[in-house]
Design a protein around this ligand. Structure first.
Ligand code: ADP
Length: 727
């Protein structure tokens, strides 16, 4: 319904008059009174009230209320006023007027029309203006029009009145919140103390503890608890409990943050209605189960964030009717004031928890991670970051710039420093792009994969990069092994097969003299032996890797093994001189005879193979003690077996790798010599199966010494017995 034209003119004139009245130089009370009288007829209300919050020079606000003189005797409904203050304009054709609360039963209960408008102007709530009229009166149209028109003038009048000092005589200032709560001075004091404390608190637990303690003190409750509301799961999460009997208290607090279904009890009801729930006496009031069996009075007050309860303060008393209007008002005011600090603390807690969680993930990931700013400075790095580059402690250099510090520190190990430098440049030039590269380090050999991802802030502005560095050496190793296996097998198979096929074809197709035939047959035999050795080596290595090799150990004399081997190898020693330096008094060793023979055989054949120009080969065996062993060798009594040659020698960078499967030193000499790269890895595995160690010393062009140890068994009954058995 809109206002008719004639009504509009009338309304404008009224507005002009009311505005003039409001600007007169009289106390506000008189001016408001005259405005009400002016409007009473045209708007046809029965009574009117202006509630305003004057901002005085003292802290807080003072509420004053001005009534129209000839009103109904019915009291105004403060809850309605509060509702208008909180939620805006409220109109109803049928509110109930009664005077029960004042105990004046003579007045008949009646219905009325109601219109309440907040005086909200200039970003602030100044007051609430309310009109009541007999039902059927068209309050809403003109009334609303008029009130809306008057809002700025009323706000200005209230603002001016507030600045007057002192507060007009006869009006007792009461401190309250603009939503209409009147509080005793003592309560005010309690609230404002709490306010100051809460404002400074960020820690959720600290805040809730203080809140609960103060609430219990202020309301005289016997016990209380605070729960947070989980709307998604419709649950309450217990945060704190205080004052309950020891057994219950321990049960509540020991089990950490317990969750409860929110359907049950007063706290649940407060959580899903957002209203304060008060059970005055559990013994007479049915409906809600007491949260604590010992309680008679129970109060559950929700702290609302927006219109959603975020927490419930639960208070219990063993007395009936322990909480009255005073406590209710206090709790309402308290819950409103707590809302902001609680919201802040919950967010802070969430931020802390997620930061903590992310921090743990960051610290425990095996990938090296570093957050880097736009200039390349490391802001934060996890432990794996320093470890992966192999410079523990070097990151103490502060600030640390990836672009120069990293390259400088890695320079001795970087195989291709330019590659890393180019990578920085690429990252710098394209700050919003993901970049990736691989870096190869030597000493020890390491392949690293770098992923550099742009990072941005909450406004989506690029802030720098996150570097994630992964060690991919093992993956590279697997690739290398595959590659080397294929090339070795193809070479080692093809070469003997080609000569076997070639010579047998010759033998089949042509006649040869007996000595020639012998020579061809010998070559075929040698090549077939080489093939058989290859197959044997491949089987050995796969058995060793599968853990299937078991030692068949006996107490054995090494002299017999040496004797057998020298006879066996004699034919191959055309260009070499073999020197045996074997101690006479060697104790017997507890070994697998065949395996140890294989170890020495492998080392001797290598010594022969890799000294193509001949020279002296020494096989030295003696008992030794710790002084004669490498530093990291286990202590005890050992037999030390060393095989030296005066051959090609091994370069220092190859020395640590000769034990790897399929690893062959790659140069013209070794290529000519041929081999599988398996011998030494099998040898090492067999030595270690016996509990010994093996190592090599070598100088390129001078020769090599391969040494291994075998433990001398402690003399005990078991060994004596076996010794006796084996003799
Ligand atoms: P293979 O001899 O079949 O190549 P090994 O595992 O026995 O495989 O040896 C690995 C590598 O170590 C050889 O390719 C060779 O380069 C080097 N090597 C082993 N023994 C000696 C030695 N006595 N002198 C020089 N180099 C050696």
């Amino acid at each position: 319904m809109s206002v008719q034209p004639e009504q509009a003119t009338e309304a404008l004139m009224l507005l002009a008059e009311a505005t003039r009245l409001l600007y007169e130089d009289q106390p506000l009370q008189q001016r408001v009174h005259r405005v009400f009288e002016l409007l009473r007829g045209p708007v046809s209300f029965r009574d009117a009230r202006l509630t305003c919050w004057l901002q005085s020079a003292q802290p807080g606000t003072a509420r004053q209320q001005y009534y129209s003189a000839r009103g109904w005797p019915y009291p105004w409904d403060e809850a309605l006023t509060r509702r208008v203050a909180l939620n805006g304009v409220f109109e109803s054709r049928t509110i109930v007027l009664s005077n029960e609360a004042a105990g004046d039963g003579d007045l008949p209960v009646m219905q009325a029309a109601y219109l309440g408008t907040p005086i909200f102007w200039g970003g602030r709530l100044w007051g609430v203006i309310e009109l009541r009229a007999p039902t059927g009166t068209n309050l809403v149209n003109l009334g609303r029009e008029m009130l809306t028109g008057l809002l700025p003038q009323l706000a200005i009048a209230i603002a001016r009145e507030g600045r007057r000092e002192p507060v007009p005589a006869g009006l007792v200032p009461v401190s309250e919140t603009p939503t209409g709560l009147t509080l005793e001075p003592q309560r005010r004091q309690q609230l404002s103390e709490l306010d100051t404390n809460l404002e400074q608190m960020l820690d959720l637990h600290e805040l809730l503890s203080l809140l609960l303690r103060r609430t219990i003190e202020a309301t005289g409750a016997d016990a209380g608890a605070i729960v947070l509301v989980d709307h998604q799961r419709r649950q309450l999460i217990l945060q704190l409990a205080e004052g309950y009997p020891t057994s219950l208290q321990q049960g509540l607090t020991n089990q950490g943050r317990q969750r409860f279904n929110w359907e049950a009890g007063s706290a649940g009801q407060a959580a899903h209605t957002g209203q304060v729930v008060l059970v005055r006496d559990h013994t007479t009031q049915t409906g809600l189960q007491p949260t604590w069996a010992g309680a008679r009075t129970e109060l559950a007050a929700p702290v609302l964030l927006g219109d959603r309860p975020a927490a419930i303060i639960l208070l219990h008393s063993t007395r009936a009717n322990a909480f009255g209007e005073d406590e209710l008002s206090f709790m309402r005011a308290l819950c409103r004031r707590v809302a902001n600090p609680l919201n802040r603390a919950i967010h802070y807690q969430e931020a802390l928890e997620s930061a903590n969680y992310l921090g743990q993930v960051f610290a425990s990931l095996p990938t090296g991670l570093a957050l880097i700013d736009a200039s390349g400075k490391v802001l934060r790095a996890n432990p794996a970051w320093s470890e992966i580059w192999g410079f523990r402690g070097a990151l103490t250099r502060s600030p640390f710039h990836v672009s120069f510090d990293l390259v400088e520190l890695l320079l001795p190990r970087l195989q291709d420093p330019m590659r890393l430098t180019e990578f920085f440049t690429r990252c710098q030039r394209n700050p919003a792009e993901l970049q990736t590269t691989r870096v190869r380090l030597v000493n020890p050999n390491q392949n690293l994969q770098i992923l550099s991802v742009p990072t941005s802030d909450s406004q989506h502005r690029i802030t720098g990069r996150l570097w994630a560095v992964t060690d991919v050496t093992r993956e590279g190793e697997a690739d290398r092994l595959k590659h080397e296996f294929v090339s070795m097998v193809s070479h080692e198979l093809r070469t003997p097969l080609t000569s076997i096929l070639g010579y047998t074809e010759l033998l089949l197709n042509r006649e040869f003299t007996a000595p020639d035939r012998m020579q061809f047959m010998q070559t075929v035999f040698d090549e077939a032996s080489r093939l058989s050795q290859l197959v044997e080596d491949l089987l050995s290595i796969s058995r060793i890797e599968a853990g299937k090799v078991q030692l068949n150990r006996w107490l054995t004399s090494l002299h017999s093994i040496v004797a057998e081997l020298t006879t066996q190898l004699n034919t191959q020693l055309a260009r070499h001189r073999m020197l045996l330096d074997v101690a006479h008094n060697l104790p017997p060793v507890y070994i697998d005879r065949d395996k140890v023979k294989q170890i020495i055989f492998n080392l001797l054949t290598n010594a022969i193979k890799y000294s193509p120009n001949g020279g002296q080969i020494v096989l030295a065996i003696k008992e030794t003690d710790e002084a004669d062993l490498p530093l990291d060798h286990p202590p005890g009594r050992w037999i030390r077996i060393a095989i030296s040659d005066k051959g090609l020698g091994i370069a220092p960078e190859d020395l640590p790798r000769i034990w790897e499967r399929f690893y062959r030193v790659d140069n013209t000499n070794t290529r000519r010599i041929g081999g599988t790269g398996l011998g030494l890895s099998i040898t090492r595995a067999l030595v270690e199966l016996h509990g010994g160690r093996i190592w090599a010393e070598s100088e390129l062009g001078t020769g090599s010494t391969f040494t291994f140890t075998l433990p001398i068994p402690g003399v005990n009954v078991g060994f004596r017995q076996r010794l006796a058995d084996s003799v």
